[in-house]
Design a protein. Structure first.
Lengths: 126, 187
């Protein structure tokens, strides 16, 4: 599978999905007006990956900002990961938040309560 | 026609008004407003916690306008703006005030008001649960909104949504939303 590598912009995050390493990363700001357009290729890619996933997949989410329209798309990403986990593969989500950013921590906890995949909340201390 | 928002600005004597915008709310305008306000908050040495809240609320307010505004009335002075909206960002003692204004079709008023009232009578915990429920159960609409903007604003600010509808004619009202993002600790 070809990896997905997308450079970040002021409104869209940096994305690195590499099927050979099993490490996926979404980092930066995710505040586009049309988030579906941005996330659909990622969700489709995960759909293919879930056919033959590695025994362990690690997902690093390190967002500074995301808008509510991205929040639904990020949930779609997590739902694909949940399916991989349900098929008896190891999946781990690392949710990063800056030390004073309780809103970002709470957002991670929202997903943790909806999605049946192990989450680790990681505080970034400057 | 003179809008309340413009009288408000006059009353304030441009006091600590960081930004006033009136016109078409497109993607470029949103980028420009976000950059401007972010830069001004950095210049003012605001705490990163407050900066982030203001930025988040600003993103949701502007994108609410972008996704949901109704077309302007036929006799309105600005016929060129497809998505006409107004925005004021003001520094106040406890934080920042974000005021938006847009036209709403008479038939859409009730639904919008009901939504705001529901949010305003909910506790912080209930708003959190409402957010999660909508996140998990509602699809993104044809307009591109997720239906979460106002809930997210109330959740992040911990404040009630102040609002008003001013009748423009029998088909349209002008809707104001007045949001306070302050530094007080949330319960």
């Amino acid at each position: 599978m070809e990896p997905i590598i997308i450079e970040g912009t002021p409104k869209t995050p940096t994305v690195k999905f590499d099927a050979t390493e099993g490490v996926f990363e979404i980092k930066g700001r995710s505040i586009p007006e049309n988030s579906v357009e941005f996330y659909k290729p990622l969700v489709d890619w995960l759909d293919s990956y879930k056919e033959t996933p590695l025994i362990k997949t690690v997902v690093n989410i390190r967002l500074e900002y995301f808008n509510t329209s991205s929040s639904k798309c990020i949930l779609d990403v997590f739902k694909k990961l949940e399916a991989i986990h349900k098929a008896k593969n190891e999946v781990e989500v690392n949710w990063y938040y800056e030390e004073d950013d309780e809103d970002m921590l709470e957002a991670g906890e929202d997903y943790e309560s909806i999605i049946r995949v192990p989450f680790k909340m990681i505080e970034i201390v400057e | 026609m003179g809008f309340d928002i413009e009288n408000y600005l006059k009353d304030q004597g441009n006091n600590n008004i960081i930004l006033f915008y009136k016109g078409n709310v497109d993607s470029d305008v949103i980028n420009h407003v976000l950059d401007t306000v972010e830069d001004k908050m950095v210049e003012a040495n605001e705490q990163s916690k407050l900066r982030k809240k203001v930025y988040n609320v600003l993103v949701e307010s502007l994108q609410n306008l972008y996704h949901h505004v109704d077309k302007v009335p036929d006799d309105f002075e600005d016929q060129t703006s497809e998505k006409f909206g107004m925005l004021v960002v003001q520094k106040v003692d406890s934080g920042y005030k974000i005021i938006t204004g847009n036209f709403v079709h008479a038939e859409n008023i009730e639904k919008l008001e009901e939504k705001i009232k529901r949010i305003n009578r909910s506790s912080h915990e209930e708003i959190k649960e409402l957010y999660k429920f909508i996140l998990n159960h509602q699809r993104i609409s044809a307009k591109g909104g997720g239906g979460l903007g106002l809930v997210d604003i109330a959740r992040k600010t911990g404040n009630r949504l102040e609002y008003a509808f001013r009748e423009y004619n029998d088909k349209y009202s002008f809707f104001y939303l007045n949001i306070l993002v302050d530094e007080r600790e949330q319960l």
